[in-house]
Design a protein around this ligand. Structure first.
Ligand SMILES: Nc1ncnc2c1ncn2[C@@H]1O[C@H](COP(=O)(O)OP(=O)(O)OP(=O)(O)O)[C@@H](O)[C@H]1O
Ligand SMILES: [Mg+2]
Length: 317
């Protein structure tokens, strides 16, 4: 069953130069017990997507349209008071660059205790025990609960952040760009641990690192310039990529086995999202470009069951 259903989500940043269309009409689902990967070049809208799921888009950003259903309920329609009950409890996030997300003047354990007690009526002592267990579950010595953020290494802090995100057994855990591959492995372990507690938990893993995504995720969304250009199982995406951008991304990446391969970077740069290219946003960089690509919006084609690509020629190339 789908824990999360996103439909037609658009998030724009209104700047003096105009609207930055950071996320522009994306739809996807995350199912019970599954890990969904989101990948794509810097600036394609991954973090913006994650923040929209938490309804934490910073100004001058705003959700222009779309539905975000969590367990069937559209969080975009919730009051801020309702949202506060959901945020960090049903859906939780370990932020990108979480190294600065902790309060520097409060101990790590104290902050996890606070996260637990905001949503649950438990004693401080009980919550502290749980904080220690949580830290242990992500491979951080529980003794660190009494320490301050600056006393922990970057990797430790990232893990502590994950444990804080898990503190309330969320149904959906979003991890934005874990700092290292090791942290990703820890997250996979964390997901397994969480599944033992509650089998329906889902995780969204945002990463540049396609090899970790291929190892951990059941399904993958590839983003380009604010759009999801391909969506499918890891097998579909990594063995039978249908979108030219996905192909380029994969060939620009050292193979998953670690063997050195010729790196064929995709020519050109991602577009400015103030004035994205017409029709298919990838057309100026696409090796398969045909005139239609710059004049007609590409359809989302189902190239094989549940494997979609936003390309006029998906399935043909
Ligand atoms: N506060 C803001 N004001 C204006 N534009 C913004 C703001 N935050 C993000 N953007 C723009 O939105 C787009 C998407 O940014 P986002 O941070 O979601 O990308 P990302 O895929 O997470 O990139 P990265 O891989 O570097 O983390 C970018 O073009 C970025 O410049
Ligand atoms: Mg980001």
């Amino acid at each position: 069953m789908a824990i999360l259903e996103v439909k037609g989500l658009r998030v724009y940043f209104e700047t003096v130069r105009g609207s930055v269309k950071a996320v522009d009409d994306i739809s996807f689902t995350a199912n019970e017990g599954e890990a969904l990967g989101i990948a794509g070049e810097s600036g394609c809208g991954k973090t913006t997507t994650a923040l929209a799921l938490m309804r934490l888009i910073p100004k001058p950003g705003r959700v222009v349209s779309g539905e975000v259903r969590l367990n069937g309920k559209d969080i975009m329609k919730m009051s801020e008071a309702e949202m506060r009950k959901v945020r960090w409890k049903d859906i939780s996030i370990a932020f990108q660059g979480s190294l600065n997300a902790f309060n520097p003047v409060q101990t790590i354990g104290g902050q996890i205790v606070e996260a637990i007690r905001t949503h649950e009526d438990v004693s401080k002592a009980k919550a502290f025990d749980r904080a220690r267990q949580l830290l242990q579950s992500v491979g951080v010595d529980p003794g660190n609960a009494d320490r301050y953020p600056h006393e922990l290494s970057g990797g430790m802090k990232q893990r502590a952040m994950i444990s804080m995100a898990m503190a309330n057994n969320p149904d959906l855990l979003v991890a934005d760009e874990p700092t290292t591959a090791l942290d990703v492995i820890v997250q996979a372990q964390v997901l397994k641990l969480m599944k033992r507690v509650q089998s329906k938990v889902a995780m969204i893993l945002i990463s540049h690192d396609l090899s970790v995504i291929s190892e951990i995720c059941d399904r993958v969304a590839i983003m380009y310039a604010g759009k999801i250009v391909e969506f499918g199982t890891s097998e579909d995406i990594f063995s039978r990529p249908a979108h030219p951008y996905t192909r380029g991304l994969l060939s620009a990446f050292p193979s998953v086995s670690g063997e050195k391969k010729h790196l064929e970077a995709i020519k050109g740069n991602p577009p400015d999202l103030l004035t994205p290219p017409s029709a298919c946003r990838f057309h100026p960089r696409c090796p398969y470009y045909k005139e239609k690509c710059s004049t007609v919006d590409p359809p989302m084609i189902e190239v094989s069951p549940k494997h979609f690509a936003l390309c006029h020629f998906a399935g043909e190339i």
